[in-house]
Design a protein around this ligand. Sequence first.
Ligand code: CUK
Ligand code: CUA
Ligand code: CA
Length: 656
Amino acid sequence: MTISKEESGKTSTPQDTGRRRFLASSAVAGLAGASLSLGLAACNKGGGEATTAATGNAGSGASGANATPAIDWDKYEVHPGKLDTYYGFSSGGHSGDLRVHGLPSGREIRRVPVFNVDCMSGWGITNESRKIIGTRPNGQLNYITGDTHHVHMSYTDGVYDGRYIFVNDKINARVARVRLDTMECDAITQLPNVQGFHGIFPDKRDPLDDKINSTTRVFCGAEFHTPQPNDGRDLNDPKKYFCLFTCLDAKTMQPRWQVKVDGNMDLVATSYDGKLACSNQYNTENGVHYEDMMSAERDACVFFNVARIEAAVKAGKFFHIGNSTVPVVDGTHEASADPKTALTCYVPVPKNPHGVNISPDGKYYACAGKLSPTATVISHELMLKWFDGEIKDPRDAVVAEPEIGLGPLHTGFNGKGFVYTTLFLDSQIVKWDLAAAMKSYQGDKDAKVVVDRVDVHYQPGHGFTSMGETREPDGQFFISDNKFSKDRYLPVGPLHPDSSQLIDISGEKMVIVGDHPLYPEPHDSIMVRRDIIKTRQIYDLNEFPLAVKAMKDCRVERQGRKVTVYLTSQAPVFGLREWTVKKGDEVTIILTNLDKVEDLTHGFAIPFYNINFVVHPQQTQSVTFIADKPGVYWCYCTNFCHALHLEMRSRMLVQA
Ligand code: CUK
Ligand code: CUA
Ligand code: CA
């Protein structure tokens, strides 16, 4: 099977062609073998010619795409000492963290540890961070692994409010909230009875504000179906497995309700009016092996009627699963048979879709085909009409289903009627015209749907536009987060970095204007105007109940075998020059940084005790450990802070 787009008439350098062909075929072979080919062949049966037509169309339409346009590089270069115009927030994937980049430069400016342990900051080491991550009765961290996929900011009236980022942990079914003033995680919650928690999206409507009695929700999809509860029952009886869709309260970070769903969920999108949330489903078959998961010709995009679900919960129409106290309502096909009372609606879409995104005007959802070369456009208004009983067939809410290329995954909008979708197998970004797609669906053969394509390097996963998931899209940039980079950077061993390519989408043609290597492996990101983010540089001493407010307050207190060391840091000294404990004591060190100067962070490490953390200006952090090794231990500052940074030390004397 040929899946490369060279036939479409698009030129590329011979070297390029070979590499792209290799990648395309290796991707097919590597990902799903013959079955994927079958899947694509099946799609082609219905519309193979149309694909060629669309591609051919793009080829002619984009005939200038390969004639290198004159690029004004100064527009994208951020000169030394200059600041970027956007923040990029990315998930870290299986590194378990969150990354912050400046864009367009692509400079990494912060890593926020979330589900991982980080010895730069002491995340997972300090008592404060361990409390947020959660510990077991034996004192060990609940989990030291995480897999972050989706990052989304809190909204007020459809626009980012700069307050919080929500990010998922796919491995351990957790949601984390990161406060953006300090760029630190302040809460982590585990979802009950969920495995493979993948898609996450907050409500876009309500502000998260005490004064207006916030109702902000965070919606969470679950990808893996399991026995419920998953306590050893029904182990090999997959017919009894099912998935739950969870709604979390953004303020308390506690689950409010869950919905029992047929099939699985992958990515999540929310409407701008607060009425609907939805998720693409690739395993409506409830298959347990991949070939089972792609056996049906169609899967679905499932919509959740938020107000109805909350009314059902209020009316007591729920059940519980296992020990969980979270109310669960029934959103299965059977329970949702009558549209007028349905909590959910399953809209059939071509097989194994991936990614669902809503247009900035709130009118259309685009669900990418993955195994089908299509994107399905679903009308928000028609979905609401289905719930009102005004239309019968959920497929009648579909207003377009253009063929756009092979392996469509994720979509961004420019707010001016154009849509940009990543094509994993084609290694391209395709630009298509939403209005033309709808005309074509109505039968207009002249409608020119695909208007441009650009090669990316290589195999893009997520793609998103600047401010494109808000009511204020600016149509400036698209970022293609590519899964493979091969020859784009100096080789660094078996695993290449991922690559993030910046594409200027402000003109008719897409132009790649930046290549940024990324430590594996970001999945989703958002690109946010810099004026939205307001950070603080100095903490308030009074925020910390344990604060040691002056150097003269430094002391050692003993209660039985428990010893508390009250310590301050102020360049270039710690408040105690030495202190003595006994072997076997449980020692808690409370350290307050009394410095008030921006960027004057001190570190604190104890050799051979696994203690390493930082305290920012006016911040207090603490650690607890057993002093099990007698001897002299130089506690030293790890963060270069002063000309006498190396001299900034204190001694812990552990008596035998
Ligand atoms: S998923 Cu990874 S590329 Cu987690 Cu949003 Cu599509
Ligand atoms: Cu304090 Cu280095
Ligand atoms: Ca399927």
